[in-house]
Design a protein around this ligand. Structure first.
Ligand code: ATP
Length: 719
């Protein structure tokens, strides 16, 4: 069914194309921003004003890009009157839809060849190169990777303080083609600047040239999340185009990356005066009036006024149930409450897939998933990237593949008398050695300084200079040397680098990692081992996919290293995780990853006061989380002065009026017999038996079960 647009939505859709101008669309959650954006794209194309390949849609997260692509198909299909499915697919395929970083990546790769954006293992490796002096007089005493990243960026930008250390690190990153996200954006904007790219080179850089010359309309979704370091690229890409911004300043939740307000002001300054237009959408189609009333109470009035000065109009009728609020001092009580409520909801006709549990952190998400799983309740995590790609063990295996592939290339270039500088393999080798048990920071620093002094690669230094000639302060020499020797065996082994067998490649790299005893690959529990096995399987699937589309003259390992990120995103887009949409899986997500999505029932897990290290939810994050809910909202441990806790009602299962409303809203049949919900619930409770909160208090839960949870909680609290 096609949603009929409201007059204000239609005004945005039909607003004419005009180069060198900005249209800013401001609207609250659930007002149909995304829907209007999709209709606008359709209208621009169908009215013949703009061709598909002249439209660029930018978002900040892969999840948001995914959401736009999926919904594009739906809207185009619904509105389409004359085209075949194939033609629609072609039109949509012609649109440029990216994250800002994805776009920057493409531009930089076209201009420089493969680059690597530094990941967690990379930062860990770089940290090993920093001497103790770096940390003198700094806090905290035991620094985390996050602390290091922060200091690194600080020093890089200020060019003061521990300058030499940072210079050394930036040099090695530069030499090895490793960049930070900020650097990626910066480089891409330089390539888009025609004054910098010589005309002769620009001829061959088709993608970059098209972005500059061909694109006529740039649409930015969720403008409120832009932050200052993205500005150079966005400004460059919007020059001369029609810039269309969709967003809501109350939903700005990435302020930790820099001032969103500053970024928004700068974006608005690109086109000013008569070339700047602003429009508002006032209706809320998503939430019940009860949910909206509570959500509005958590955002300060001044920001409400800043948006548009008008009160949002909620389109749905009242459902009769206010958000259910509950506080717990014991984490297990909270988990059991969630489990019990889920049982009630499902018995009263909700589908498990209607329910989303939104958390503050990934760790909290895992804890809840584990607890529900222990009752046989399946959940699907909505993560920004497929899980396997964010697994640091898998990233480490990919780094091993990189060091082998890069070393091999350096070797063959050397044979052709190529001037052998810089050595891109150094960075990946440092990452590898840092994971080797017994390879101390000091040893890695000394070896790296030596290789610089001898002007050879780190691998070559370790493999060709006798250990007796290494500086005495290097410890565990044999282990380090052995690791490099074994790596070289793989490098010279055609069955790895030139293999067309994904299983063989995986087996060889895993065997090497296993024999070296890298500590980070040692599973910490049965569950951990199972998860790693699952992620290896996912990596295998992408290796197999690479085999089907690799160019003939490119070895599989190399093709995988170049393209696994994009291939994986498109694979999971086309093949969503099995059963993710089916009725028997509920969704778990961080609040940040749930942005732009909506669910009939939401459990919002708040600041969890018993985790002292986890801060309370900020107003905007709370607001985004609350407004994901269409019909029923639980606020657990979400302490906020704007919320009053007396409104709690827990008797949801037998509230017949609510369930009539719920099923009507979701276009489902009304259950014939409400009394049977309680019978079903009792039956379910008998099944859970020993775990039931009603029948047995926590103190008598099985000791093993309790211990396991407490260990997990203690582990998270330490982080
Ligand atoms: N004109 C309309 N008529 C009926 N339903 C509509 C209309 N416009 C939007 N909706 C519905 O409202 C819901 C919210 O729309 P959408 O997801 O586009 O909102 P949004 O403004 O992007 O929300 P958020 O800012 O929270 O991401 C969707 O279910 C959508 O189908």
């Amino acid at each position: 069914m096609v949603d009929t647009l409201t007059p204000s939505q239609s005004k945005v859709v039909e607003f004419p194309y005009q180069s060198n101008s900005t249209l800013k669309v401001v609207a609250g959650p659930g007002s149909g921003k995304t829907l209007t954006l999709l209709h606008k794209v359709y209208y621009l194309i169908e009215s013949g004003q703009i061709a598909p390949n002249e439209i660029l849609i930018l978002s900040l997260t892969n999840k948001a890009v995914d959401n736009v692509i999926t919904r594009l198909f739906d809207v185009f299909e619904q509105l389409n009157e004359k085209r075949t499915e194939e033609q629609l697919k072609e039109i949509i395929g012609g649109l440029e839809v990216h994250t800002v970083h994805g776009l920057a990546n493409r531009v930089v790769i076209e201009n420089e060849g493969i680059i690597n954006v530094i990941e967690e293992n990379g930062w860990r490796g770089l940290m090993k190169l920093v001497s103790e002096d770096f940390w003198k007089n700094k806090r905290p005493k035991i620094p985390s990777i996050k602390d290091f990243k922060r200091l690194f960026e600080q020093y890089k930008n200020q060019k003061t303080g521990t300058k030499d250390v940072v210079k050394k690190l930036t040099d090695i990153m530069e030499n090895c083609g490793v960049v930070t996200n900020e650097e990626l954006i910066d480089r891409a904007s330089r390539y888009l600047n025609s004054d910098v790219v010589p005309e002769s080179t620009a001829q061959t850089m088709e993608y970059t040239r098209n972005l500059k010359d061909k694109i006529k309309v740039v649409i930015i979704d969720e403008f409120q999340d832009l932050y200052p370091s993205l500005l150079p690229l966005l400004r460059r890409i919007s020059l001369g185009k029609q810039l269309i911004l969709f967003g809501d300043s109350n939903q700005s939740i990435y302020s930790f990356l820099g001032s969103n307000k500053e970024a928004m002001n700068a974006i608005e300054d690109i086109h000013t005066g008569r070339d700047f237009h602003i429009m508002h959408l006032h209706d809320n189609f998503r939430c019940t009036p009860e949910i909206m009333a509570a959500a509005t109470r958590v955002i300060p009035l001044k920001r409400k006024e800043m948006n548009d000065g008008e009160i949002e109009k909620v389109c749905k009728d009242k459902c009769g149930v206010k958000p259910i609020m509950q506080n717990f001092s014991n984490p297990l009580d909270e988990l059991e409450f969630v489990r019990d409520q889920i049982s009630q909801l499902v018995c009263a006709s909700a589908h498990l897939s209607d329910i989303a549990i939104l958390t503050r952190t990934n760790n909290q998400m895992q804890l809840i998933a584990d607890h529900l799983q222990s009752y046989g309740i399946n959940s699907h995590k909505l993560t920004a990237q497929p899980d396997w790609m964010t697994d640091s063990r898998i990233q480490f295996l990919i780094d091993l593949m990189k060091v082998i592939s890069l070393s091999h290339r350096e070797e063959s270039l050397k044979r052709e008398n190529f001037v052998n500088r810089p050595w891109k393999s150094d960075f990946s080798l440092i990452v590898t050695l840092s994971a080797l048990k017994g390879a101390t920071n000091q040893s890695i620093q000394i070896l790296y300084n030596e290789c610089l002094r001898h002007d050879i690669s780190l691998r070559r230094y370790i493999s060709s200079v006798p250990m007796s000639d290494w500086p005495a302060a290097v410890t565990n020499k044999r282990k380090i040397s052995n690791c490099v020797i074994e790596l070289q065996k793989l490098m010279n082994n055609g069955e790895f680098l030139y293999s067309d067998d994904p299983m063989q490649i995986l087996q060889k790299i895993c065997t090497f990692a296993h024999e070296m005893g890298f500590q980070m690959l040692q599973p910490t529990s049965h569950r951990d081992a199972e998860q790693f096995r699952q992620h290896l399987e996912d990596m295998y699937i992408i290796l197999k996919l690479c085999l089907t589309n690799k160019p003939n003259d490119m070895p599989l390992v190399e093709w995988f290293l170049h393209t696994h990120f994009e291939q994986s995103l498109s694979y999971y887009h086309e093949n969503p995780v099995p059963r993710a949409g089916s009725r028997d899986v509920l969704k778990i997500s961080t609040i940040h990853s749930s942005k732009g999505l909506e669910f009939p029932i939401v459990f919002l897990m708040g600041g969890l006061s018993w985790f002292h290290s986890i801060s309370q939810l900020e107003d905007n994050v709370l607001y985004v989380g609350m407004t994901r809910a269409k019909n029923l909202l639980y606020l657990l441990n979400t302490k906020h002065p704007g919320l009053d806790y007396k409104s709690a009602t827990r008797n949801i299962m037998s509230n017949e009026k609510f369930w009539r409303y719920y099923n009507t809203d979701l276009n489902r049949d009304i259950p014939a017999d409400f009394a049977s919900a309680i019978r079903r619930y009792d039956c379910l409770q008998r099944k859970y038996d020993g775990f039931s909160m009603k029948r047995r208090p926590f103190s008598t839960l099985s000791v093993a079960h309790n211990n396991k949870l407490m260990r997990l909680i203690a582990h998270i609290a330490r982080k």
